[in-house]
Design a binder for this molecule. Sequence first.
Ligand code: SAM
Length: 301
Amino acid sequence: MVIRILQSVHIIPITIPNSTKAPKKYGQRYVGSDSGALSGGVMGGRKGNPTLQNCNANLVARKAGGVVSSAMPPAPLQPGTLYLVATPIGNLEDITLRALRTLRECTIVAAEDTRRARQLMRAHDIDRPTLSCHKFNEAKRSGELLERLERGETIAMVSDAGTPGISDPGERIVRAVLAAGYRVEPVPGPCALAAALPASGLATAEFHFVGFLPHKSGARLRQLEALAEVPGTLCFYESPHRVVKFLGELDGLWPEAQVVLARELTKKFEEFLRGTPAELLAHYAERKPKGEFVALVQRAR
Ligand code: SAM
């Protein structure tokens, strides 16, 4: 079936309520895309986050007004386990209760950027030691993390944003932990791919996640050409500096493709740009691409 919804570029700005003026107690805060830091202050404050308080209250089995909740208290963390904890990709509200509890109860947080992890934890009144764990020291860190698991520690691994191991450090450490016979447990949550694809309007039944293409033109083209026979929607992560180049490459290979650029997901300036590669190129002929992008491509059949 051919989906004919992408005849022109549609820019659908999404307004997130209260994003410019934060309510006193529970403000929207966003992760900055370029600064590498959490922007603004924190959500709520030490005791001032009513949403979290309510959720925690609901989680704990309790007796109130003669009604006994069927909810059970969550299981404690298991010694000798590596937890892969997903964190917000922009909107700081996008963190699960289990992610927060894991960060609160773990022995140590292995973080791609310890400063950023500490900012996130501070926002939720969490104080755990951190250990840097990024793509340049991932191999070296594996040994130390294994020793910790051997001692029965619980390690929460976080990347700068989203799900560790998805175009982020994690894969090597996970392999080392599994090979040594320890447990790896996902604590699922935000992921730019998972946010973009279902909202794109493109086919979701079958898709292929590519992540980042190489930087060099020849290698990029070779990889794109190799994807020609891969069925389903192709999903890429792309930087604002290369998105126009990417659209040009798509235009050369698949000019009829339906492309969705999901930009600044969950943030104040979130938008979905839909069109053929040429239509999107025309859009960016007039403005500079900014922010973070997921690019989704459905080729004509
Ligand atoms: N681990 C992350 C995840 O689970 O999605 C991905 C990390 S990867 C280093 C960063 C890339 O993911 C960005 O360059 C962009 O392509 C995509 N991305 C992350 N956050 C995004 C957002 N809020 N909106 C659009 N794309 C985003």
